[in-house]
Structure formats: C-alpha cells, structure tokens
Design a protein around this ligand. Sequence first.
Ligand SMILES: [Fe+2]
Ligand SMILES: [Zn+2]
Length: 377
Amino acid sequence: LVSSAGPITAAVGADGTVELRPGAGLARRLVPLWLRENCPCPECTAPGGQRIVDVTAFPADLRPADVRLVADALEIGWPDGHTSTYPMPGLLAGPEPDRLPRPEPWDAGTALGDPFDALDLAADPAHLAACLEAVHSSGVALVRGAEPAPGALEGIVGLFGHVRETNYGRLFDVRTVIGAENLAYTGLGLPPHTDNPYRDPTPGIQLLHCIRADEGGGGETTLVDGLAAAERLRRADRPAYDLLAATEIGFRYRGSGVDLRARFPVLRLGADGEVAEVRWNTRSCEPFDFGPRLARAYYGAYAAFGRLLADPLLARRLRLRPGDVLVMDNLRVLHGRTRIESPGERHLQGCYADRDGPRSRLRTLLEADDEGEGPAP
Ligand SMILES: [Fe+2]
Ligand SMILES: [Zn+2]
C-alpha cells in the first residue's frame, strides 16, 4: 500500500502495476505503459482528446518512479521527470461504454414502430435521435413526408451522414425499364438481398426514396432481418452457421467501365463472436472456388441460410408511397420487392452511406440530451 485518499487505496506491484481499490466495488489494475499512454496532461493529450504521446517510444519495462493518491487524483512521477495526474474516481470507472442501443432482431410478427416524419427529423433532435436509434437497433427506419422529387434524398441523408458516391452516381434511380444491364432495373421480382457486396468497403447504409409508386399491383418492398435469420441458423444448424462465418466467397460486378471484386464471408463475426455484417446476394457471387468436399458442405449451409431468408415468417412487406424513405442497414437488413406488374410507373431513388455517420450523429444527440441542451428550436 503506497497511498490512500478517502476510501480509495493504491498499491504498486513489483512489475509497476498500479492497483486501485475503491472502498466498495471492484479493484482496477493498470499497467505502467497504459498509465503513461493515457496521461491526460496537455503535453500528452490535445484539447479534443487526441493523444500526443506515442506509447511505442517508451521502454517495455517502464515503471513509475513515484505513485501517490492526493485528494481527488492519482499522481505518478515517471523516471524521465514527467508527472501524470489522473482525476479520480474517473480512473476507477474503466473504459467509457458505447451508448448505442443493442441490436434487436425482428421478424414478420414484430410490431413496427411508427414511421418518422421528414420535417420533424430536420426540426427536432429528439425525433432524429429516435429514428437513428431505430436504424441501429432494428436496422431499418421508415421516414414519411419527404418531397417526392428527385434529389430530395440528399436532404435526408445529410441529417446524419454523407452520400457514399459510387459508379452508379451520388443517387441512383430504380425504374421499371426492361433490358437494363442490372437486374434491379427491370420489372422482375427481386428476392431479398443486401446491396453491393462486391465493394470494399461495402456500403453500410442504404436509403430508398419512393418518388412515384406503381398503383397497378406488385412492386411491394420486402425486408428481412439478416441478424434474426443468422440467429435462427445458429440455433438450428451450428455447423452451417460456422461454415458461413469462416468461409470467404468472392463477389463481383462488371458493368460499364467497372470491374468490382471483393471477398467476404456471408456472416462476418465481430471480435465478440456476434454477427457484425451479413452479405447476401446470390446474383453477384463469383463461382465458388472450393474443392468438392467443401463445396458440398458449403452449398448445404448456403441453402439452409437461403431458405431461412426466404421464410415468409421473417419478412416484413410494405408498399412504399411517394415521399417515403427507407433507411436500412445494408450489412444487416435484406431488401427485395415483389414483381412489378406495370412497367414504367415506378420510380425509386436510392443512395448509399456509411454506418459510422448515423452512429456518430446518434452519440452526439444522446450526449447533447444528457447535457440538458434540449431540443433546438
Ligand atoms: Fe438492392
Ligand atoms: Zn503527460
């Protein structure tokens, strides 16, 4: 024991590790390099929080020369004469958790929240926060009341991010024109899929804006939660789930002036073992390049997941009306549409964005709400 202040005590181990013990609760053990790297003084950390020190410049066996607890801080003197002062009890609290809501899987039976209103999104930060929470937790939000005119999507995406421009342009048009080079531009039904797995990085957000609806029947939008389907596969057929997570496949799109190729697994797991990204697009897979053994197993797993994704119990169906905008997580929620019966009458405009935009915007909105700034006028 080297020091104590109030109920908190600090002890230094033989290897220089500092153990902080609160009066009640869990102790926290911090190694010297971590403490040196995270010195909050103005020499080591810029005002915005960006780090100035480079921990790789310090010796691996760095040890504090001196450790003491003062009234509301831990103070460490380092061998080179630098002094670090860490405010307490913040240091005991550990890493700041992310404030984003947990993803909530859904299926056809899950109640849909109310649609969001395009004008309110622009005027009311609380409404925008609720919309972005829906995008994060369920992977989809329906916005109504956007102007049913080409280009209006720019104003929606600008509320939380930036257009991810591609070779299809900033915005792309989905019309019922038969004979176009991409199947999405024809009137055929499209089974649920995620877009553009042949891009690296794959766009994480897709917006679809209905400018003109086909009243003649067909052309309904279908949505499937890839996360819910993956969870069902994991429970029903663990080897198939593992195979889809462990095996990269190729995706490719060749069109006028582009040859886009990328390799990803159908289910990409995060370090926590949970599904982080789902890609499903049977039209843009390259021929599988496996030997016969793996090919047989892979086709089995691939088909098992495909059957789940096609299960009507997982699909939500909705008819987009002019002025509707769907905001979707393109690395989670699959979209499709039923066959269009009257070509030429339907016009959607779409665009891509990245996942980090809406997440960042949501964090800043939650933080502003905490600080009691309240809704802007
Ligand atoms: Fe699509
Ligand atoms: Zn410092």
